[in-house]
Design a protein around this ligand. Structure first.
Ligand code: ADP
Ligand code: NA
Length: 330
């Protein structure tokens, strides 16, 4: 029986992944490698849709790989690779550009949001065709499912439409993938502004917990997290977004249910929750950081793992691209 194939990507981020990336994505990947035929890409081609410093990008890509391995991805149990190491991504993306409507792409809300922030002159054409490259990432591997957060649903719909259109015009070529919306994935909010999700583009750097931060620094961030003027530690995302966010993080890192945590902190103040969570995080992050550092200290091993991943990915990608090129008339 063939295991269901999944593909997911994550952008290399300067500094390191933040806690939202881990609890919302990376942790699910580690579980998926056991149950699925899993392909995971560090999407450096997507990263250059905004300006990047070349040295910083190269470092961020290696750091992403080291962190994914540090988090528990096993190159024997999944296919972990860097997107730019597999040229078929850009080759298929160009073909798919010819099968995507301009209006269809222009409706993508992520593009509308990001381009509104950056202005027309500051927005690259790459940002516009970003979802087409994402479609290529997925369709190259004939993925059955795409594990994503809710915010990516529209891009997966576009991928499905483009795949179905290509299949209808030129014959069955692509598996039409289903989104696998990660409902179990925690959504983590900014520690300083719990109305917005924790994001690398946050306004206050104190609101983001970077996984590779010195534990002292992240402890401080937890202890100074914004809560509210109440006192009772209770899960209430509407009325107590800050406290609820801390409870969700605590629960995700320990496996203790939120209801049980409410009992544990009954009669105690917010400060107790913050201090304990700082300790819980420090204990959780220490082995992750140690494993990640080990890969960073051994560039040859990291290169070997990524070359192996690219070989495994290309074995599939070249077959799909050859089929596509033939059908297109190349
Ligand atoms: P950012 O929002 O910091 O730019 P990305 O968009 O690069 O992060 O997200 C990488 C992955 O991490 C995606 O799968 C995304 O859904 C997940 N993710 C990002 N931020 C959060 C968050 N605050 N809570 C849960 N998941 C998140
Ligand atoms: Na984002």
């Amino acid at each position: 029986l063939r295991r269901s194939r999944v593909l997911s990507g994550i952008q290399p981020t300067a500094g390191s992944f933040h806690l939202g990336n881990y609890l919302g994505a990376v942790r699910q990947w580690v579980a998926l490698q056991e149950s699925h035929d899993a392909f995971f890409a560090i999407v450096d081609l997507h990263a250059i849709t905004i300006p990047q410093d070349p040295r910083a990008l190269r470092e961020a890509t290696r750091l992403a790989a080291a962190q994914l391995l540090g988090a528990g991805l096993d190159p024997e149990r999944c296919t972990l690779f860097v997107q730019s190491h597999v040229p078929e991504h850009t080759q298929l993306a160009w073909v798919l550009n010819g099968f995507t409507g301009f209006g269809e792409a222009a409706r993508m809300t992520q593009f509308k949001d990001k381009s509104a922030k950056q202005g027309t002159e500051g927005t690259t054409v790459g940002l516009f065709t970003y979802p087409v490259l994402q479609a290529a990432d997925i369709l190259l591997y004939q993925a059955d499912e795409v594990p994503v957060g809710e915010d990516q649903r529209q891009h997966i719909e576009l991928t499905r439409d483009v795949a179905a259109r290509f299949n209808a015009r030129l014959g069955d070529t692509f598996a039409v993938p289903a989104p696998r919306i990660l409902k179990e994935a925690a959504k983590i909010y900014d520690l300083q502004d719990p109305a917005v999700k924790m994001s690398k583009s946050a306004s206050s750097p104190r609101g983001i917990v970077w996984l590779m931060d010195e534990p002292k620094a992240s402890g401080k961030k937890f202890r100074s997290a914004v809560t509210d003027t109440g006192t009772e530690v209770r899960y209430d995302p509407e009325g107590k977004p800050g406290v609820s966010n801390l409870l969700v993080i605590y629960s995700a890192l320990t496996g203790i249910g939120v209801a049980e945590l409410e009992e544990k902190f009954a009669g105690r103040l917010y400060g107790a929750l913050k201090t304990e969570l700082a300790d819980v995080f420090a204990e959780w992050v220490a082995p992750f950081r140690a494993r990640t550092e080990e890969f960073l200290k051994d560039p040859a091993e990291l290169d070997r793992v990524l070359a192996l991943g690219a070989d495994k990915a290309r074995a599939v990608a070249t077959a799909t691209l050859a089929d596509v090129y033939g059908k297109v008339g190349f």
